[in-house]
Design a protein around this ligand. Structure first.
Ligand code: ADP
Ligand code: MG
Length: 264
């Protein structure tokens, strides 16, 4: 960012990302209605709500992943450090490095463990030498809590790992390009409880370095890993606040009904 960048509300208020009045349409159908929210560094923000309420759709607006869906149209403002990420000046490849994404189903490339992590730094020119690249790969795998399990088999295929290891490899891949925000869309829903616990522990450790947004349909998970929780219903953001408050003293009737299991 240059000194000439105008100071926006998002920068002025210190939020890492800010969405204002965001709508998302798939063709004629509106999936997200007038959502405004801020996402902060050093915080895990959980998006909860019943299936089909728009959690994934809204998450994807934060790094323009909806661009890849032909029928999707996004209106409103989304700022990253005060920059409009939908402006024509925004380099989308760069944006997706700054705002990385981890998907529901682990999706390592059909390449070696090393290459899965090295690929991003290489295309973004982050390593000046092989030694530097090796360092980024090791550091990313360490931060993803996977190094000790894979250090002796870096040339094995990423797809040969267990589901939980694959998901940690995908987190290492996201970390490798030095992101600022990490988006996770139900990252544990394909994993067993032990692998899930490892990912939750990892999210806890990563929190200090990134802004993390996690979609989860598991309310216990939201309560365990997040400091802020956003409850979505029918495409609207019904309530957003400190996780403790959302789960113990929700202000909205619809939030209360959801967290007490009245619908889901
Ligand atoms: N690619 C798509 N094309 C058309 N409609 C979609 C698409 N993805 C999601 N939707 C619709 O948008 C709404 C929100 O979906 P989604 O964001 O996936 O919800 P959630 O992640 O909360 O389950 C749903 O009605 C869903 O059917
Ligand atoms: Mg979803």
């Amino acid at each position: 960012m240059t000194d000439a960048t105008p100071l926006s509300t998002a920068t002025a208020t210190g939020h890492k990302m800010s969405a204002r009045g965001v709508n998302v349409f798939y063709g004629d159908k509106q999936a997200i209605r007038d959502v405004s929210i801020d996402v902060d560094m050093d915080h895990v923000t959980a998006f909860i709500g019943p299936s089909g309420c728009g959690k994934s759709t809204f998450l994807r607006t934060l790094n323009r992943m909806n661009d890849t869906i032909a029928s999707a149209r996004v209106t409103g403002d989304i700022m990253l450090d005060g920059e409009d990420i939908y402006s024509s000046a925004m380099d989308v490849v760069q944006l997706r490095a700054r705002v990385g994404m981890v998907f529901q189903k682990p999706n390592p490339f059909p390449k070696s463990i090393y290459e899965n992590v090295a690929y991003g730094p290489r295309i973004h020119g982050l390593a000046a030498s092989k030694v530097a690249l090796d360092g980024i790969v090791e550091g990313s795998l360490r931060r993803a809590g996977l190094w000790d399990e894979v250090k002796d088999r870096l040339s094995d295929s990423g797809t040969a790992l267990s589901g939980g290891q694959q998901q940690r490899l995908c987190i290492a891949r996201a970390i490798a390009v030095d992101p600022e925000v990490i988006l996770m869309d139900e990252p544990c829903s394909a994993l067993d409880p032990i692998a899930t616990a490892k990912i939750e522990e990892l999210i806890h450790e990563l929190r200090g370095r990134y802004a993390i947004v996690i979609v989860t349909h598991n309310m216990q998970q939201a309560a365990r890993v997040s400091q802020k929780t956003a409850f979505f219903h029918l495409g609207q953001l019904v309530e957003y606040g400190d996780t403790d408050n959302i789960f113990t003293a929700p202000k909205q009737e619809r939030t209360k009904d959801y967290i007490t299991g009245r619908y889901g």
